[in-house]
Ligand binder design. Structure first.
Ligand code: HMG
Ligand code: MG
Length: 599
């Protein structure tokens, strides 16, 4: 009987995936990542590197990681391969002491990257690798080899294939059981892969001793892996969620995403021994922890499908899966199905709004409001405060520098932003995680709905500074009523969320920030029963009723909305049809299946 074809995937997420991240990733996260990958069936993994902490600060905890019992236990297992990167004998000695069974020596085919990465020439790198290999093999430690820059070097440009042949042959002759071919800068395409592999084969290299290690800068990494598979390669490096990069290869993107590669192989009937669903969950988890977009398209799609299938079967998900879409210096954008969440991320300054943040917020809300695949826009924040309003230090500095005209544009920017939020056709929700002041209050109350941590309070402190909360007054009077607003503005007292809930201006209270997340998710799951276009119409009639009560505008709006909602092809056809059939509609799933997301 023919055996099912099999490929060996070497997970490089914990090493290549993390090594280029500037913010320190806590040791516990690294340990959990390795454990989760193991749970998903990973048997081969680069857990870390034992290198100069000056060269790769992120992996300075490698000894602590390798000594962590759960990781050390995995490394010791007879059926696992956990190659630890070592550049020299010093690294090998440490690895040996920690009970490492396998190391990986790494050199470049090219001079520029060799100097930048390991501070020596290619010849010196090969000599160092030879020493490490000899010592390791004598100590019973297996050695994998890595050759970088197989197609191009970030400093020297295109690579001479003869240099790749020379370095690969050398490492194999020194005793590496396998050598990975690293497209470090991720510029190669399938034709380059075929050409190089033919050349290496003609040069006497045993293709079975090679592994593919493709970075995805130009989006070719899955195709390159497939071309290498067709040429006979059976081992591939990849990183969960497409993490990865090297500080010495500027501009290079992550490794091919493990989920994408596994999806591709499984669809072709090729086994990997990995559980794609668990990998996808791990990819979403680590992307959220690292606050980075999940770079695996298959991973994102599978994670999303898992959430949707739970909901359509009638079991409400307790939590939505949020994945990162964009990150700018002070804003994060996350998405879950038809919901998009904007997170203010300037916690050290109470999320005070700088001119740049206002511009980014305006541009993002504008973009989201014209995106038909989005039904809800959520505004929330990280840290102790929701938003403390306009960044006054910015203003003082600007006026000291004589930028008087900027004041005018501040008025325009705030007015425009609140108006864009208020007029967005989507349902807008403020998830208030902490106290708000001044313009921050405007942000919360230009939204349609508010969910707030019960301990958060609002203070209209402007009068204390000789100012008036002018721009936001429009929204406060609309949401709080004139009498309540006047007193709150005149007294500049702290107003509690309980008080605002009692006047109907805050809709759900949460115990703390963790509860706020769950309350928000639950609220959004409940809103699946609300048709998106009907929700826009609701917003329109309420707005007309507020701005022109009993007037012509209100009457005309009601007439227009009534006629529009009964038209053939409108949502009511679907909603009423389902009602007659005694069914309910999940409007989120319907929208997801019928609209193309722009974000
Ligand atoms: P150097 O400065 O020439 O060497 O660096 P040194 O011997 O003078 O050491 C400098 C400092 O590092 C000293 O500390 C050493 O003790 C320490 P100080 O006295 O200044 O306090 N040191 C070490 N510490 C821990 N473990 C060690 C070690 N060795 C020295 N093993 C060196 C030369 C090679 C050490 C350095 O350049 C280095 O560590 N480079 C590693 C860079 C790296 O890890 N790059 C990423 C991996 S390669 C890659 O990503 C490509 C790949 O994915 C495939 C592909 O995509 O192509 C594999
Ligand atoms: Mg790499």
């Amino acid at each position: 009987m023919a055996r099912t074809p099999f490929v060996r995937i070497v997970e490089v997420g914990p090493r290549d995936g993390l090594q280029n991240i500037k913010e320190t990733v806590p040791l516990e996260v690294k340990v959990e990542l390795i454990n989760r990958l193991n749970e998903a069936g990973t048997k081969c993994m680069e857990p870390t590197s034992i290198v100069s902490p000056k060269a790769i600060p992120q992996l300075r905890d490698s000894q602590a990681l390798l000594s962590t019992p759960s990781v050390n236990n995995l490394i010791q297992r007879p059926n696992t391969r956990y190659p630890v990167l070592v550049p020299n004998l010093k690294g090998l000695e440490i690895a040996k002491r920690l009970g490492v069974k396998e190391v990986c020596v790494f050199i470049s085919a090219t001079e520029g990257f060799s100097q930048a990465n390991i501070n020596c020439t290619v010849a010196e790198g090969l000599q160092r690798a030879k020493e490490v290999i000899e010592h390791a093999l004598r100590a019973g430690i297996a050695v994998r080899g890595a050759v970088s820059c197989i197609f191009s070097d970030p400093y020297d440009g295109p690579t001479d294939p003869a240099a790749v042949l020379h370095t690969v042959r050398s490492l194999l002759s020194y005793g590496c059981y396998e050598v990975l071919l690293g497209d470090t800068v991720g510029v190669g395409c399938p034709e380059d892969v075929r050409r190089l592999l033919s050349y290496l084969k003609e040069g006497g290299v045993d293709i079975e001793k090679l592994a593919g290690h493709f970075h995805d800068t130009y989006g070719q990494a899955v195709a390159n892996s497939w071309a290498a598979y067709e040429f006979g390669i059976r081992t591939f490096d990849s990183a969960i969620a497409g993490l990865g990069g090297c500080p010495f290869a500027p501009g290079a993107k992550g490794n091919v995403a493990t989920e994408d590669l596994v999806y591709s192989f499984h669809k072709a009937g090729i086994e990997t021994g990995l559980d794609l669903s668990k990998l996808s969950a791990t990819g979403e988890w680590i992307s959220n922890i690292l606050k980075r977009p999940n770079n695996s398209r298959a991973g994102q799609a599978i994670a999303q499908k898992n959430v949707s299938s739970k909901n359509t079967s009638g079991i409400p998900a307790k939590k939505l899966q949020w994945h990162f879409v964009e990150r700018s210096p002070n804003l994060d954008i996350l998405r879950s199905g038809v919901n998009v969440k904007i997170v203010l991320r300037r916690p050290q300054n109470g999320n005070a709004l700088t001119s740049d943040m206002l511009t980014q917020l305006q541009s993002f809300v504008q973009k989201a409001s014209s995106d038909q695949s989005i039904s809800r826009i959520i505004l929330t924040a990280e840290g102790k405060f929701f938003c403390t309003g306009m960044d006054l230090s910015d203003k003082v500095k600007a006026s000291a520098e004589g930028q008087q005209e900027k004041k005018k544009s501040d008025h325009a920017m705030f007015t425009e932003l609140f108006e864009t939020i208020s007029k967005a056709p989507q349902v807008t929700i403020a998830a208030i995680n902490g106290p708000c002041y001044a313009g921050g209050i405007g942000l919360a109350f230009s939204c349609d709905i508010r969910i707030a941590v019960e301990t958060a309070s609002l203070t209209l402190s402007e009068v204390k500074l000789g100012l008036c909360p002018a721009i936001i007054s429009e929204y406060l009077i609309r949401e709080w009523g004139p009498s309540f607003t006047r007193e709150a503005m005149l007294s500049a007292r702290a107003i509690s969320m309980t008080e605002l809930k009692s006047i109907g201006a805050v809709h759900v209270l949460a115990k703390d920030v963790a509860d706020l997340d769950s309350q928000l998710d639950n609220y959004l799951i409940d809103l699946r029963k609300a048709a998106p276009e009907a929700s826009t119409l609701v917003k329109r009639v309420v707005s007309a009723g507020w701005s022109s009560p009993g007037g012509q505008i209100q009457r005309d709006t009601i007439k227009g909305v009534f006629e529009g909602m009964m038209k053939l092809g409108s949502e009511s056809e679907v909603g009423l049809g389902a009602f007659r059939a005694k069914k309910s509609v999940d409007w989120d799933t319907l929208k997801e299946n019928h609209s193309k997301p722009k974000l």
